[in-house]
Design a protein. Structure first.
Length: 457
C-alpha cells in the first residue's frame, strides 16, 4: 500500500512501535523508531517521516529509556541539524545532559537552541531564562566574566517588553558576586531600556538600591532624572517621594521647591492626593506666606489644566464630538427655537441702526433712507392739513404714538416720477400746519448721523 500522506504513514509506524513495546520487544521497537526517522526512504511519504514530531518524540523517549547516552545525544543532535527540534526538545536535551553530569555540553545545547529560536521568539525567552539560571546555579561567582558576557548578550537581543526580568537577574548577580557600582549601573540601564509602563517601578527600585548602598543623598540625581523621564502621573508621585525624603533630612526649602515643580504635573481635580500632601506639608513646616503661595499655585495650575482639551478616551468613552457652530448656523438654530423666520440672504448693516422689525431690502441703503425722510417732511408740510394728508403722515410716522420705531414703506412709483420732474417745494415750518401733531424723527433712522435742516433731528 502506498501512503499519500506522510502523517498517515507516521501514525502507522508509531502503532507498530507501540505493538512491539506491548510485546516487550524493546530492541525491535527502538530499531523501528530509528529506522522510521532515518529518512532513507524511496517514496515521498516515507521521506516525510523524518519531519514527523510524533516519531521524534517516540524516539527520544525510547533512547532515554532503552538507549545509551551516546545514542541519545546522537538522536538529539540529528534533530537539531534537521531543524525539527522544538524549544521543549532543547530543554529536555539540556536537562538530560545535566543529569548525566555533562554540564558544558548542556550549555552547548542551549547555545544551539538559541541559534534556532532567537528573540523575539517565545522559545528564545524560555531558553535564555533556563540557560542563565542553570549557569549561575552551576558556577555561581566562579566565572563572573563569562556570566557578564551572557547577560550582556541576552540584554542586547532581548526586546524591551521582556527585559525587566533579565535586568533583575543581572542586578542580583552583581550584588551577590560582583561590584555594587556595576549593580547600580545595571539598574540604571534598566530604567532607560524598559517600556514606559515599567519605568516607574524601575526607578523606585533603582532609588531604593542607591539609598541602600550609597546613602540617602545619593538618590537626588536619580530622583531628578526620574522626574524628567516619567509621564505626568508617575512623575508627580516621584516628586512626593522626593519631597518626603528632603523633609526627613530637614531640608524644608528643598522639599517645597520640589513640590512647586511637581505641581505643574498634578491636576487638582484628578490628583487630589498630591495637593493634600502639599497642604499637610505647609501646615507642618510652612508659614502664612508659603501657605498663600501654595493656594496661588493651585489656582494657577487648575486654570492651566482647565484650558486643555482632553480626548474622549481619557475623560471617558462615549463622549460625542461637538462641532464648532458658525454664525449662520447659530442664528438658524436660535430662529428655529424661537419660531422666528430669518432671511438667509446677507444684508448690509448701518452702524448705529437698531430696528425692532425686519427691514426690507429696499430700505437697506442709507441714501434711500434719507430720500424717504425728505419725502416724509414734504408730505407733512405740503398741504393745509387735510384729513388724507394727516392720516398719511400718521401712517408714515408710525401707527401708534408711543412707538420709537418707524417702518418706512415704499411710495408709489407715480410719486417718484412726479418728484423727479418737479423740484420739491420749500419746506415750511411744521407749526404753521394745522391739525397735524408734531413728532421728532428718531435719530436711529439716519444711522447715527444728525439730519441737516432747519432745526429737525
Amino acid at each position: 500500500y502506498d501512503f499519500a500522506d506522510s502523517e498517515d504513514l507516521a501514525q502507522c509506524h508509531a502503532a507498530w512501535v507501540e505493538l512491539e513495546l506491548r510485546q516487550e520487544n524493546w530492541d525491535m521497537a527502538l530499531n523501528l523508531a530509528r529506522r522510521a526517522t532515518s529518512g532513507k526512504k524511496v517514496s515521498k511519504a516515507a521521506r516525510g517521516l523524518s519531519r514527523s514530531l510524533r516519531l521524534w518524540n517516540l524516539l527520544f523517549d525510547l533512547e532515554e529509556s532503552l538507549g545509551t547516552v551516546q545514542t541519545t545525544k546522537d538522536a538529539y543532535d540529528r534533530a537539531l541539524e534537521l531543524k525539527v527540534a522544538t524549544p521543549s526538545h532543547v530543554l529536555n536535551y539540556a536537562s538530560f545532559l545535566k543529569d548525566k553530569k555533562y554540564f558544558e555540553e548542556s550549555f552547548a545545547a542551549y547555545e544551539r537552541g538559541l541559534g534556532l529560536f532567537p528573540f523575539p521568539h517565545a522559545g528564545g525567552i524560555l531558553l535564555w531564562k533556563n540557560y542563565l539560571t542553570e549557569f549561575l546555579e552551576r558556577y555561581a561567582g566562579s566565572k563572573t566574566p563569562r556570566a557578564r558576557e551572557l547577560f550582556d548578550r541576552c540584554l542586547a537581543e532581548c526586546p524591551p517588553e521582556e527585559s525587566p526580568e533579565f535586568y533583575l537577574l543581572y542586578g542580583d548577580y552583581e550584588e551577590t558576586h560582583g561590584l555594587t557600582k556595576r549593580a547600580l549601573r545595571v539598574y540604571e540601564r534598566m530604567c532607560a531600556s524598559v517600556p514606559p509602563s515599567e519605568k516607574y517601578a524601575a526607578y523606585r527600585l533603582y532609588i531604593a538600591k542607591a539609598i541602600q548602598y550609597l546613602g540617602v543623598t545619593s538618590a537626588r540625581p536619580i530622583y531628578e532624572s526620574a522626574i524628567s523621564a516619567l509621564e505626568d502621573g508617575p512623575a508627580s508621585r516621584i516628586c512626593l517621594e522626593y519631597a518626603k525624603m528632603e523633609t526627613g533630612l530637614r531640608e524644608s526649602d528643598r522639599a517645597r521647591t520640589v513640590l512647586v515643580y511637581g505641581a505643574q504635573l498634578a491636576d487638582p481635580r484628578r490628583d487630589p492626593d498630591y495637593w493634600k500632601a502639599w497642604h499637610e506639608f505647609e501646615v507642618s513646616h510652612g508659614n502664612e506666606e508659603t501657605f498663600r503661595e501654595m493656594l496661588r499655585v493651585k489656582r494657577s495650575v487648575a486654570a492651566a489644566f482647565s484650558t486643555v482639551n482632553y480626548n474622549a478616551a481619557e475623560m471617558g468613552g462615549g463622549v460625542p464630538k461637538v462641532d464648532t457652530l458658525t454664525e449662520e448656523s447659530a442664528l438658524e438654530m436660535i430662529a428655529e427655537r424661537e419660531g422666528v423666520e430669518v432671511d438667509s440672504r446677507k444684508k448690509p448693516l448701518i452702524g448705529g441702526f437698531v430696528s425692532g422689525k425686519k427691514r426690507t431690502a429696499g430700505a437697506a441703503d442709507l441714501g434711500e433712507v434719507e430720500r424717504r425722510a425728505a419725502r416724509l417732511r414734504q408730505v407733512t408740510g405740503g398741504d393745509g392739513g387735510g384729513a388724507a394728508e394727516s392720516s398719511a403722515s400718521a401712517a408714515a410716522v408710525g401707527g401708534d404714538g408711543g412707538d420709537d420705531e418707524i417702518d418706512i414703506d415704499d411710495i408709489d412709483g407715480n410719486e417718484d416720477e412726479e418728484e423727479e420732474q418737479t423740484p420739491p417745494p420749500p419746506t415750511t415750518n411744521a407749526k404753521s400746519v394745522r391739525g397735524v401733531s408734531e413728532k421728532a424723527i428718531p435719530t436711529a433712522v439716519f444711522g447715527g448721523i444728525t439730519a441737516s435742516g432747519d432745526g429737525e433731528t
